[in-house]
Design a protein around this ligand. Structure first.
Ligand code: GLN
Length: 479
């Protein structure tokens, strides 16, 4: 894994590497590990994992890819990370992302964009230069000067997806508020699992939208996702939204009775912009289930059409509230302007946040103004309930699971994605993933076939609340 980390520096997947690539050899690391080997048998002993840079890690910089927190060293570790480490997982590094997890490309963080390993041409001259740099500098390279074009990794957890896809680690943590784990998983050809809201603790995950944020995970196989999930799941006294029922650990069966399965195909997901390749992969998967004896029917989630707008309003409102804590006094960056408290706040927030974050704060505060509250925030809350009820109704009608694409297309090129006019259409890539967060249900993106131009396509299974095991079992069968 360390060798691969060295070879894939150009992907810019990591913000902070916690294994020292310049000095450590795999053998030395292994020797150290053996020495400290505990008596208890641990489920993830020595397995390298990566963690998105918005999960707090004691003594290790947690930057959220923002100037505001660029030197922030947390005094505690997120519960999900701690649980992985308690089972012996080895943290290889903190991964690159969009600033504060706002975005779907992993191009908007202060450390530069993440590159998708698929079809990427590594150039050896650049590689040699980078390997000799100390860790601190490695992640600060300027990627915008590059003239070649390459595909984005998706986002906002693009670094974690690229790390797993390039074989640097066996599993990685992402966060998923509107698709930030499933989208990059689809683009990078790996598994991306967002569990039911409340199954994994958010303690130590820097909040974006508290009512939708879910720690999520990347892996090569559905079985690996299930193993990691089982280590992390269950109640946490530090997060009152985690479920209090005792968590029953499970392993996935190798076989399942497909004949009893009822799969729903939401008709509204035949959305404008859906590429031919993705559409074909989706149809083939549905046919495959049908041939194996499953019942496959078309279903309707009529409020899907409002989901992007509804998500934007709710996201901005919670962002406006969450970002209020970054005032230059308690956390992170502080501007030099100390003429008055107000000016200090303003200068700090202007310097500390990028345009995307500032835009959402402004929009959120506008939606929350007394005269706008009913019109925007209250209305969006009502629409969110309707979106959530769409899922409930479909499942109440006897459907076990929904099969949909994860994204409209395969990974776009960096050039295309960052052109001004394409920003809006790239936001629309979240159309299949955002309704899931608003309803809180579990979903997983599983690699399907390759597109005609050789890029991975991801298909999404959407399950029922707290039926994470059933969802993973079906995904495993498909995989
Ligand atoms: N693209 C979405 C956004 O920018 C999703 C982000 C996420 O899931 N963290 O809000």
């Amino acid at each position: 894994c360390i060798e691969r980390l060295n070879k894939t520096q150009q992907l810019n997947a990591f913000i902070t590497e916690t294994v020292d690539v310049s000095r450590d050899s795999a053998a030395e690391t292994d020797k150290r590990r053996r020495k400290s080997k505990p008596m208890r048998w641990r489920k993830l002993e020595g397995l390298p994992i990566a963690v998105k840079d918005n999960f707090c890690t004691t003594g290790i910089r947690t930057s959220c890819a923002t100037t505001m927190l660029q030197n922030y060293i947390p005094p505690y570790t997120a519960t999900v990370v701690q649980r992985l480490q308690d089972e012996g997982a080895y943290l290889i590094g903190k991964t690159n992302m969009d600033e504060f997890a706002m975005g779907s490309g992993s191009v908007d963080g202060i450390h530069g964009p993440v590159r998708n390993p698929w079809k990427y041409k590594f150039t050896s001259s650049n590689l040699e230069n980078q390997q000799t740099k100390p860790i601190e500098q490695v992640s600060m390279r300027n990627y915008h000067t590059s003239t070649d074009d390459w595909h984005i990794a998706g986002g906002s957890s693009g670094g974690s997806a690229a790390a797993v896809a390039s074989g640097v680690c066996f599993g990685a943590l992402g966060s998923d508020t509107g698709g930030s784990t499933r989208n990059p998983a689809a683009y990078c050809g790996v598994v991306g699992f967002k569990p039911t809201y409340g199954m994994l603790s958010r303690h130590g995950l820097v909040p974006l939208v508290n009512s939708m944020d879910v720690p999520a995970l990347f892996s090569k196989t559905v079985d690996d996702a299930s193993i990691l999930f089982n280590v992390m799941a269950g109640h946490d006294v530090h997060d009152s939204t985690t479920v209090t029922d005792e968590f029953n650990h499970f392993t996935l069966p190798d076989n399942m009775n497909i004949k009893d399965l009822h799969i729903g195909i939401p008709k509204e997901y035949h959305a404008p912009g859906l590429s031919k390749d993705v559409h074909n992969a989706w149809e083939e998967a549905a046919d495959m289930f049908e041939k194996a004896g499953a019942k496959v029917t078309q279903v309707s989630l009529p409020h899907t059409q409002y989901s992007i707008l509804c998500y934007i309003v709710l996201n901005c409102c919670e962002v406006a509230s969450n970002m209020a804590r970054y005032d230059g006094i308690e956390f992170g960056h502080r501007a030099a302007n100390e003429d008055s408290t107000e000016e200090l706040y303003a200068a700090t927030r202007h310097e500390g946040f990028n345009d995307v974050v500032r835009g959402r704060i402004l929009a959120g505060n506008y939606f929350l103004l007394r005269q706008n509250y009913e019109k925007y925030f209250a209305k969006a809350m009502q629409v969110r309930r309707l979106i959530s009820e769409d899922f409930k109704k479909v499942y109440a009608s006897g459907v076990d699971i929904l099969l949909t694409p994860t994204t409209l297309t395969t990974a776009p090129t960096y050039k295309w994605f960052t052109e001004r006019d394409n920003r809006t259409s790239s936001e629309e890539q979240d159309i299949f993933t955002q309704p899931v967060n608003m309803a809180g249900v579990p979903a997983i993106s599983v690699p399907s076939k390759l597109s005609t131009d050789g890029l991975p396509i991801g298909l999404q299974f959407i399950g029922q609340n707290f039926k994470d095991k059933e969802l993973l079992t079906i995904a495993k069968w498909y995989e």
